[in-house]
Design a protein. Sequence first.
Length: 219
Amino acid sequence: MSEPRPSPGADTRSGPAAASPASEVDAAGAPAPRNRGRRRRRLIAAALAVLLAAFCATTARLFMFPARGMPAHVDAIVMLGGRGDRFHEALQLAYQRRARYLAISLGSSFPGPGPRGSRPVFRCGPPIPGVTVLCFAPDPATTQGEAEETGRLAAKYHWHSVALVTITPQASRARLRVKRCFSGQVYVMTGSLPAYAWPYEIAYEWAATIKALVFQRSC
């Protein structure tokens, strides 16, 4: 007896191989593990991209393009210590009679009148007609110490507004610190900073800002 011939188009495969077209889904109709892994990787990549974008936007807002500026006149100009050309910025504002007081933090050093190449020395600003120049040594010699001393000077001399002079990456944190110790208006002006110093300063300010927000939340 002859065996029946298969009809055209019929699948003559048998056994496990016949189930291969359905290998993309499991018995319950769910995606295969390979598809689930691909989807998970896409979700992780998308989440990382969102986090990176948020990090870059926050960095730009806080440390590269912070709010800056001051009115025509304030009660005092307060120069915070540190790198950058903040000293000359503070002197320029004082010579323009933008405030009656100029307070200079000795938390950093400035070139003295010694021979070229000599070590920097601590010095205060020059006499400025019509401006009272004050110099103070913050304790501790940090932005926190400078904020505390600003609050004390403001209470002593009855300041109601101050313009801080610092560098751009420090502007947001300086404003935060001083506002905790001084109830008046706080403005920020910035001096120039060498291009090579920006990466370090931004990284430092990230760590210092987290410290100010999480661990040191009072004056």
